[in-house]
Write a protein that binds this ligand. Structure first.
Ligand SMILES: Cc1cc2nc3c(=O)[nH]c(=O)nc-3n(C[C@H](O)[C@H](O)[C@H](O)COP(=O)(O)OP(=O)(O)OC[C@H]3O[C@@H](n4cnc5c(N)ncnc54)[C@H](O)[C@@H]3O)c2cc1C
Length: 525
């Protein structure tokens, strides 16, 4: 039964439709007109403000919330972002062109400052070639790969845009900005918006174009390896021996930039070890996940590839699925050849025959306490490095990753063979259950058994666990003052985004970048 809310303007109509009806956009106006007892021709604008799929109780419904504007009612202003010229403006160095760095740069321009973005990797086009080489088991460019390069870690990803952040207004603004730079407006109303690895690079390139047109600057192949700090205040950064002066520095280097943490530690800039999460990436046939989640194969052609989200407590610790990529691919996300690190991505249509997801457990400070005497605040980084290198040692040649059937992982036995997988460089059977620390493997195994009771069929011979999912969050925080957002000991240094420990995902990193830009403006003015 449709629900209608008459507010000031526009009228909101909530529809609960079959997947087929929902997909037939041309029929919506007639449906709404009938419900509101108006003529279809009276509707001047009908727009979806929320779309979600409800597959509970075995009856799949698509819920649409729509704004209805009738004749002569004022319509919403078109989306617009204005980037004024900042040529000749005060320069702010932005280290890293991930979502935190790019959104900081865009906001700095809006506030009248000239961002100079320093990015160690290549532009998105060249980076695409570097990534293709990694997929073909050729060499890994340590500065340009799935983690590093223009657009940051999320550029060749699923581009999921939902976040647990409670600041809806800020998140919506970040989504609107992405639409301004070329993303589909659907991301503004989907309950679980995503962009896709095929579309993200074009959006990133458009952001760069508008930054440069406004007078900002982007330098690729520019790896920052030092800070210029005098009298407790930052004066600029150092890259390959060159000093780059700046009124303030936004440090948005992501959580894979281990060299940045070591450099900060080496210069005596305070860091803090923090809890993080590690585990494996799990892959199933997408068709199996569809069957489990949708309970039927009816009208599947009108439904998106199904996803899942699992969470539980095992042995007093959280275990959860993370960064689920329906219709996606497992990708080699290492930054150098000594590691095996995997992650996931999906194209916009999410049409690969596989569903993958990170499957991780909490790693607390006490788990790597034994490394503290030698590694201090970087002990978690060392714990992470050891697991990534163990995965490499147990994997195959180059990017070939270690894997085990999920049933064998749980039962504690070797997999003689592996099923087909989306992971292009290839897999080799390996006893993940044996060589992963038991504090990770044992909890994941217990979790799989429990999750199989919630999602019957999750634990199947057709599913695999691939090693390792180790870069879900940073093991090190770069502290900042709660009010100024500057490093408490270095005036003018603004740690931002996921690498600093203040974001987890594309949208939260982007929102953090914008907030940082606002504090930079207060500091520099
Ligand atoms: C394969 C993959 C898939 C993902 N999928 C999703 C998803 O679907 N949804 C989601 O929300 N999140 C996803 N993530 C996570 C998401 O990408 C990150 O949370 C987000 O990009 C963090 O943004 P950031 O700007 O803080 O850091 P990053 O995106 O990591 O950007 C840091 C940037 O700094 C640069 N840099 C590092 N060191 C230096 C240096 N010394 N000098 C100069 N530049 C430097 C790097 O090259 C990089 O461009 C995915 C990550 C990966 C790897």
């Amino acid at each position: 039964m449709p629900i209608i809310h008459h507010s000031a303007m526009p009228t909101i109509v909530n529809l609960s439709l079959s997947p087929k009806q929902a997909a037939d956009a041309g029929s919506h106006a007639a449906l709404v007109a009938r419900m509101l007892c108006i003529r279809e021709s009276d509707i001047s604008l009908l727009r979806i403000v929320r779309r979600s799929v409800d597959a509970r109780r075995g009856r799949i419904k698509v819920n649409l919330s729509m704004e209805v504007f009738v004749d002569k009612e004022p319509q919403p202003a078109p989306l617009h972002f204005d980037y004024p010229s900042v040529a000749g403006g005060t320069e702010v160095a932005v280290v890293g062109s991930g979502p935190a760095g790019l959104f900081a740069a865009l906001r700095l321009i809006e506030l009248g400052f000239r961002p100079v973005i320093l990015e160690r990797g290549n532009d998105v086009v060249e980076r695409g070639r570097d990534i293709a080489r990694i997929q073909r088991n050729l060499d890994i460019n340590p500065d340009s790969n799935y983690a590093f390069g223009e657009g940051g870690a999320g550029t060749f990803s699923d581009g999921k845009l939902f976040t647990r952040s409670k600041k809806r207004g800020d998140c919506n603004r970040a989504l609107q900005r992405l639409v301004w730079h070329g993303a589909s407006p659907e991301i503004l109303y989907e309950a679980h918006p995503h962009i896709g690895s095929d579309r993200l690079p074009r959006i990133i390139a458009d952001i760069r174009r508008q930054i440069v047109e406004a007078g900002g600057e982007v330098r690729f192949g520019c790896r920052v390896d030092g800070l210029d700090i005098r009298d407790g205040r930052i004066r600029g950064v150092v890259a390959g021996g060159d000093r780059i002066p700046a009124a303030a520095v936004v440090l948005a280097t992501g959580h894979s930039a281990h060299d940045i943490y070591r450099m900060l530690d080496g210069c005596g800039v305070r860091l803090e070890a923090k809890a993080f999460a590690m585990g494996v990436r799990v892959e199933h046939p997408q068709e199996l996940i569809n069957r489990i989640q949708y309970h039927s194969s009816d009208q599947m052609e009108y439904l998106p590839a199904a996803s899942y989200s699992l969470v539980g407590q095992f042995g007093g610790r959280g275990v959860y699925s993370f960064c689920m990529c329906p219709g996606g691919f497992i990708v080699p996300a290492m930054t150098d050849a000594s590691q095996s690190v995997v992650n996931g991505m999906s194209p916009s249509r999410r049409n690969s025959p596989f569903a993958n997801s990170g499957f991780v457990t909490e790693i607390r400070l006490e788990d790597f306490e034994y490394l503290r005497p030698e590694y201090g605040e970087l002990a978690g980084l060392e714990f992470q490095r050891r697991l990534e290198e163990a995965a490499r040692a147990n994997g195959g040649e180059r990017q070939v990753a270690p894997a085990q059937r999920l049933t064998d992982f749980v039962a504690g036995r070797a997999s003689a063979t592996l099923p087909r997988s989306s992971y292009v460089p290839g897999l080799v059977p390996s006893r993940l259950d044996e060589w992963m620390p038991s504090l990770i493997a044992d909890r994941l195994r217990e979790a799989v058994r429990t999750f199989d009771r919630r999602m019957h069929g999750f634990m199947t011979e057709e599913a695999i666990a691939v090693g390792v999912e180790s870069r879900t969050s940073t093991p090190v925080r770069i502290p900042r003052d709660a009010a100024t957002l500057m490093h408490p000991d270095v005036e003018g240094l603004f740690p931002a985004g996921e690498g600093a420990g203040y974001a987890g995902g594309i949208i939260s990193a982007a929102v953090d970048g914008e907030r940082i830009a606002e504090r930079v403006a207060e500091f520099v003015k």
